[in-house]
Design a protein around this ligand. Structure first.
Ligand SMILES: C[S@@+](CC[C@H](N)C(=O)[O-])C[C@H]1O[C@@H](n2cnc3c(N)ncnc32)[C@H](O)[C@@H]1O
Length: 298
């Protein structure tokens, strides 16, 4: 067992034993998970609108619309948003990607080697290694939904933004919010088996649940201070894909929590069985209802 596996296994054992994790335990899990599964975010490149746009495209367009020349990609992962930012932003713009995970930053540096318009740093979004007012735009894809304690991140994002600078982010709407979606039915199949294997299992605390509600998002920014809440806009959108039952099971092998169940075979098999029931012509439509949020710094 590698060090990362032991961190993710220990985390799983906490929630399997019936205790809700603390925020630092989840932060340690995130780091270990992404080291163990460095390409886990590929999922978001598969999910598209009918027009073919991914949520990375939608977010990069929003960042480009701000006219920013210095853009920070907070929690950049393996750099999927950077691709789109380089395409959509002005050619004068510089992109900085930051992630706490050195393995992912190494992937980014290799991927964008020789491109002067982009640089990457290993660092913590709760203590960004940049002077105040360093960026006109901070973009964050599937990132701000990951913090049970969101205020320290928002506070440092605000600090590195210029006055009038923009935070633009994409977050999904949570798998429990869209009751009829196939995604929900697949999760239920996984949870039924998980609950049989670990009767005390409790769902972990993976973020500030307010991020999954429109009024919750407004509340977070009002509470934070330093943001022009009159500039807040929230747009819902949907991205999805059609996948075969075996592709869906493989997907669960890269999802938070499910991927790190010590004996995950019965859970993945249950997901594949449910996917076969839901399939039409051997394909299951998976949708990820999401939101694009924009707000300016005061
Ligand atoms: C769901 S992934 C999203 C990655 C990327 N934005 C994307 O969508 O492709 C979340 C990322 O947040 C990073 N992360 C977690 N905690 C962090 C922190 N405190 N500071 C910076 N990055 C963090 C993880 O390493 C991971 O790469």
């Amino acid at each position: 067992m590698t060090m990362n596996e032991s961190v993710t296994t220990k985390f799983f054992e906490i929630v399997a034993g019936g205790r809700v994790n603390t925020a630092p335990e989840w932060q340690d899990y995130l780091v270990a998970f992404h080291a163990e599964f460095p390409y886990a975010n590929e999922l978001f490149t598969l999910l598209q609108r009918f027009s073919g746009e991914t949520s990375y495209t939608i977010l990069a367009n929003a960042a480009a619309a701000t006219g920013a020349l210095r853009v920070l990609d907070a929690g950049c992962g393996e750099g999927n948003l950077v691709d789109e930012l380089l395409e959509k932003l002005s050619t004068q713009a510089h992109v900085t990607g930051i992630d706490i995970n050195p393995d992912e930053i190494k992937i980014c540096r290799d991927r964008y080697a020789g491109i002067a318009r982009v640089t990457f740093d290993v660092g913590d979004a709760r203590a960004l290694p940049y002077p105040d007012a360093s960026f006109e735009c901070v973009a964050a894809h599937q990132f701000l939904n990951l913090f049970p304690d969101i205020q320290p991140v928002l506070s440092d994002v605000r600090r590195v933004l210029t006055r009038g600078g923009s935070l633009v982010f994409v977050a999904n709407r949570g798998w429990r919010t869209d009751q009829s979606a196939n995604w929900m039915l697949l999760h239920q199949a996984a949870m039924e088996v998980l609950k049989t294997m670990y009767p005390q299992f409790v769902w972990p605390r993976m973020g500030d649940m307010r991020v999954y509600r429109e009024d919750g998002i407004a509340e977070i920014f009002t509470e934070a201070g330093g943001w022009d809440t009159s500039s807040l806009t929230i747009e819902g959108f949907n991205v999805g894909a059609s996948m075969s039952p075996s592709e869906i099971a493989a997907l669960y092998n890269h999802l938070y929590l499910f991927a790190t169940i010590p004996n995950k075979k019965p859970v993945l098999e249950a997901v594949e069985r449910r996917a076969r029931e839901l399939a039409v012509h051997d394909l299951v439509q998976i949708d990820l209802p999401s939101r694009l949020v924009r707000i300016r710094a005061k």
